[in-house]
Design a protein around this ligand. Structure first.
Ligand code: XLS
Ligand code: CA
Ligand code: CA
Length: 438
């Protein structure tokens, strides 16, 4: 049997924090219990197909730098088959439970939609068999409605109804294959659902069309009895100047306006959060506060670069805050942590893919254990509770309950005089957090 990752002879094992082996986990111990669940159950790691197996180090200025045996064949279906075999070898050796893909990642597009769908069927059959043989599951599927030139002006928001129809057909098929592979979810990321200039754009109409497509998908999901969770993935820009699914709050307003909120949750990507001018944890917290948290694309941006660099997560501070919010939100049910991240252009060897994922998994395992300690000790919970304690009694409780208005509050204020506000203690809390992160 061919092996595409001969450098990694056996599955990556947990060796503990003192290990110096670059091909071992130092913190991610899948069976270790944290707050009653194993690390594997909490974190639900997934590998993404697009960057990991189809990304070959290109950038706008340069050709591929990563030569992979599995992508080398003049026959595109042969290359697709070898890539799929390599992917499952990688999943097993890395020890993740899940993968994610776009339709076009696993099967190359042909000249007609019918032929493209046939190719996809061939590859889905093979993927199903590999899933069965290995026990690896599909976290979510999605469709690539942004790369082909037909989507240059958007997909569901294209000015062309023919493109809308093509998009609908592609999504129909992608949902079918996601169901066939037992996907726990299906993601809508509006690749080019936005605009470059308002001079040629009917924004209201485009938003209506986007909602129309999502309603069609919700209906079709029911028709085919697909039980996975639908997600929408916010991103403020890139490739378009402005994307309609800008951030979690923008998506929430859109979903509410079009009566879609009960059908979709959010897939929050760390790098998209920072592109939107938020922190990753802000977007997660917004989701938790509004019952929207679905899944996470675990990566990071570079604070000195203004684009979607999709780097592997390594910052323990970030993973701690993220896991603290995710745990308080009840953790993942259908979702998980998908490494939507790519190697840097100069990390050219297949083994670099292992280093990258091991680092990301260890960073989140550390985040998880630190966050669990913060939760157990109620470290911040006590401070927050005390800070808002005024709302549990007296005038605070009356306001929250409703039924009093401006006049009563004026009378209250006139009687009680100038209010006092206690210190927020931010620096002390930050110091405490650092003590936990050590
Ligand atoms: C691109 C997005 C994309 C989605 C899936 O920036 O992150 O990869 O996650 O279409
Ligand atoms: Ca993503
Ligand atoms: Ca991204």
């Amino acid at each position: 049997m061919i092996t595409y990752f001969p450098e990694v002879k056996k599955p990556i094992a947990y060796e503990g924090p003192d290990s110096k082996n670059p091909l071992a986990f130092k913190h991610y111990n899948p069976s270790q219990k944290v707050l009653g669940k194993t690390m594997a159950e909490h974190l639900r790691f997934a590998v993404c197909y697009w960057h990991t197996f189809r990304g070959l180090g290109t950038d706008p200025f340069g050709a591929p730098t990563m030569l992979r045996r599995y992508s080398k064949s003049a026959n595109p279906m042969k290359a697709a088959e070898m890539t799929l075999e390599a992917a499952f070898e990688f999943f097993v050796k890395l020890g993740v439970g899940f993968w994610c893909f776009h339709d076009r990642d696993i099967a190359p597009e042909a000249d007609t939609l019918a032929e493209t769908n046939k190719r996809l069927d061939v590859m889905v059959k093979k993927a199903g068999k590999l899933q069965q043989d290995t026990g690896i599951k599909l976290l979510w599927g999605t469709s690539n409605c942004f790369a082909h030139p037909r989507f240059m002006s958007g997909a569901a928001t294209s000015p062309s109804p023919e493109v809308f129809a093509y998009t609908a057909s592609q999504i129909k098929k992608a949902m079918e294959v996601t169901r066939e592979l037992g996907g726990a979810g299906y993601v809508f990321w509006g690749g080019r659902e936005g605009y470059e200039t308002l001079l040629n754009t009917d924004m209201k109409r485009e938003l209506d069309h986007l909602a129309r497509l999502l309603h069609m998908a919700v209906d079709y999901k029911k028709r085919i009895r697909f039980r996975g969770q639908l997600y929408i993935e916010p991103k403020p820009k890139e490739p378009t100047k402005h994307q309609y699914d800008f951030d979690a709050a923008g998506c929430y307003a859109f979903l509410q306006k079009y009566d879609l909120v009960k059908h979709l949750k959010l897939n929050i990507e760390a790098n998209h959060s920072t592109l939107a001018g938020h922190s990753f944890v802000h977007e997660l917290e917004f989701c938790v506060a509004n019952g929207l948290l679905g899944s996470v694309d675990a990566n990071r941006g570079d604070p000195l670069l203004g684009w979607d660099t999709d780097q592997f997560p390594t910052d323990i501070y970030e993973t701690t805050l993220a896991m603290y919010t995710i745990l308080r939100g009840g953790g993942f049910s259908t979702g998980g942590l998908n490494f939507d991240a790519k190697l840097r252009r100069q990390s050219t060897d297949p083994v670099d893919l292992f280093h990258a994922h091991i680092g990301g998994m260890d960073a989140f395992a550390r985040g998880l254990t630190i966050a669990a300690r913060l939760i157990k000790d109620k470290t911040f919970e006590k401070h927050v509770k005390a800070r808002y304690a005024g709302w549990d009694r007296g005038i605070g409780a009356k306001i929250e309950k409703g039924g009093i208005g401006l006049e009563e509050l004026e009378a209250y204020t006139l009687k009680h005089g100038e209010p006092t506000v206690p210190s927020g203690r931010q620096e002390m809390l930050e110091n405490i957090l650092n003590e936990y992160i050590r």
